[in-house]
Write a protein that binds this ligand. Structure first.
Ligand SMILES: NC(=O)c1ccc[n+]([C@@H]2O[C@H](COP(=O)([O-])OP(=O)(O)OC[C@H]3O[C@@H](n4cnc5c(N)ncnc54)[C@H](O)[C@@H]3O)[C@@H](O)[C@H]2O)c1
Length: 286
């Protein structure tokens, strides 16, 4: 773990007393971020669907010391996220880190099935991020102070493996939106606000349901956040986390193969196509 003073020298947005707003902050990667940022002395605004888990997360963060505000919020609803911003700015006067991290992994099924479930997933995973940026970015920009917006994407939004198409669509959207956000922010005159895409690997959280113990291949939320802080200190936009199974070279090859489908005019998702299986395996071994 990098020393706090070094982190805060390189990343002034994370100064003690500054404010971090984290959606999906009651569990998993979001809660791990809240704990680490609270330990840096930041004030924490936890936004998550209300209930016992959010209350408990508020107590966990309060026990670390410093101020915490737990705000029941459904990120799929723009009004809820606007209200979250009112409460955060009202209570603390400024926000220097926004982590749009809330997400769900329920599988609505085939492309032609369950329109309402598809819309619900996109409303949370994609529109939740947009709502966060709309509600916070203008005021963060107007403050003129160093700030960070971190949106949580997924490798599934880049290599789009068969399994949960709606999730892949939502995370592809988060990737594209965040790339455009980074471009827009760096073209805002005088802005000290930057955007970053957090791309966790397999992480043991509430989302990776079913396991009662951390699977050997998974990272913990704490590992993801330590990696995120180290990446931010390097100024990385793409925070591409490995895990205990997928190394960075493996991820690089999988991503190169995916874009190679377009360049080489292969069938869609050729990695999982019987005619291309062997070629993909040979590519990975190279
Ligand atoms: N765990 C992994 O392996 C993994 C891998 C890649 C990406 N991610 C992404 O990381 C992010 C965090 O997920 P996690 O793994 O920590 O899972 P998690 O289930 O532990 O945490 C997600 C949190 O989001 C909250 N949430 C869900 N719907 C919400 C809504 N409408 N409004 C507000 N909050 C809502 C949940 O209540 C939960 O507390 C998600 O965006 C997820 O897609 C996770």
């Amino acid at each position: 773990m990098t020393a706090d003073a070094e982190i805060q020298t390189i990343l002034p947005a994370l100064a003690s007393g500054n404010v971090a707003v984290i959606t999906g902050g009651a569990s998993g990667i979001g809660l791990a971020a809240a704990r680490r940022l609270a330990a840096l002395g930041m004030k924490i605004v936890l936004a998550d669907i209300g209930g016992a888990r959010l209350d408990e997360a508020g107590r966990v963060i309060a026990a670390i010391g410093g101020a915490v505000l737990a705000v029941p919020t459904d990120v799929s609803k723009a009004d809820d996220v606007d209200r979250l911003a009112e409460k955060a700015f009202g209570a603390f006067g400024g926000v220097s880190l926004l982590m749009n991290n809330a997400g769900v992994g329920d599988n609505p099924g085939k492309p032609w099935e369950n329109r309402d479930a598809w819309k619900r997933l996109l409303d949370i995973n994609f529109w939740g991020v947009v709502h966060g940026v709309e509600a916070f970015a203008p005021r963060m920009l107007a403050a003129g102070k160093p700030g960070l917006i971190i949106n949580t994407g997924s490798k599934q939004g880049i290599t789009t493996p068969p399994g949960n198409l709606a999730y892949n669509v939502s995370k592809s959207g988060v990737k594209t939106f965040t790339e455009g956000l980074a471009h827009a922010l760096r073209n805002e005159p005088g802005a000290h606000l930057s955007a970053h895409l957090l791309i966790p690997g397999f992480t043991y959280t509430g989302l990776t349901e079913g396991a009662t113990q951390k699977p050997a291949g998974a990272w913990t939320g704490e590992q993801v956040i330590d990696f995120m802080l180290a990446s931010l200190m390097r100024g990385d936009f793409y925070i591409l986390c490995p895990d205990n199974e997928a190394t960075r070279p493996m991820d690089e090859k999988r991503m190169a193969w995916a874009i190679g489908d377009v360049i080489e005019n292969r069938p869609a998702l050729s990695r999982w196509h019987p005619d291309h299986k062997d070629a993909f395996a040979a590519f990975m071994k190279r």
